[in-house]
Write a protein that binds this ligand. Sequence first.
Ligand code: PMP
Length: 400
Amino acid sequence: MPTIADRLKNVSISASAAMTQRARELAAQGVNVISLSAGEPDFASPTHAVEAAHAAALAGDTKYPTMDGTPALKAAISRKFKRENNLDYDASQIVVCGGGKQVIFNAMLATCNPGDEVVIPAPSWISYADIVKFAGALPVQVACPQEAGFKLRAEDLEAAITPRTKWLFLNFPNNPTGAACSRAEMKAIADVMLRHPHVWIMTDDIYEHLIYDDFEFCTIAEVEPRLYDRVLTVNGASKAYAMTGWRLGFCGGPKDLISAIANVNGQNGGGTATVVQAAAAAVLDGPQDLLFERAAIYKQRRDFVLSELAKIDGLKCHKPEGAFYIFPNISGLIGKTSKGGRKIESDTDFVMALVNEHHVATVQGAAYGMSPFFRISYATSMEKLTEACARISQFCAELR
Ligand code: PMP
């Protein structure tokens, strides 16, 4: 029999996708499931994005794209980096890909050799480690403990770097914790990186605009300009503009790295859909009020869910600065048994019992590299959040 490649042996199906699938199965059986498992805004994509894509298609902008992005979109991205991040990236320093995920995938394929190490602060987005392994490199996780607000501490980062380290990944505001770094915290990370000139830094700023309580977002190339030549600044339309299905991500970075990424992109998909690029240019250059309006709504949801979870014995939550996730610690519930008879020995037992018995889908911390925790995505309506919190509360109260 023909066989599947060895490189897939260590690459898993994402646990959040698996949980979303479980929620769908229950829903298909007629169960009223509330899904808090997907990292996806519940808002509609902006109307002017849809109109721009439509206009581009009608105007015949439907031929093969260039492998690095349309000049119009790259110009809009360049303006975005200047306006929002005070970063100068010209057209030769920007690549457009099919989502932030593809940017990171292409970047790792373009740079990693077997045996290279990639330092990933944990907990982290599920895909980072899988992408790194796909590229033949080794993910090296560094714990960002709850006591430290889930932030990367300079001494832990310093200890993780070796001569084989190729990349450091940063993702603040973070998936799954919502933690964001202040300028001083980012500077402490930058100071470590100044001492290790052989390491590139990939900063995934996809949650940049989901930030609350006047917390100020910052990104490492701007905080420490001496690192500018080693930083790949990644962003996209998915989270900020509720455009997950369009598949649009981009990055700014040093020219040589950017052309290597564009080269991989040319073979991996061959460039991003032209009409999607037209839509992205429209949102980046268009009115930005929706960002603030939506952030206010997310903040209200975050505060509500936090206050409800605080009433539950056995859960310990850290207040997140951004994104749309909460990552409660369930160590107080380990060892108990659910009403349905499932022994809660891990966070995976916890989320499985919760979805099967009270029909709320969440994701176990183990999937993000930190246990015993679970991730709640509050990117859904207040009505559903209210019902979900009541169910989680009842589920926990029934544990014996
Ligand atoms: N980075 C992080 C941290 C994410 O959580 C996600 C989406 N879950 C992505 C990147 C992927 O974004 P995109 O839709 O742009 O591929």
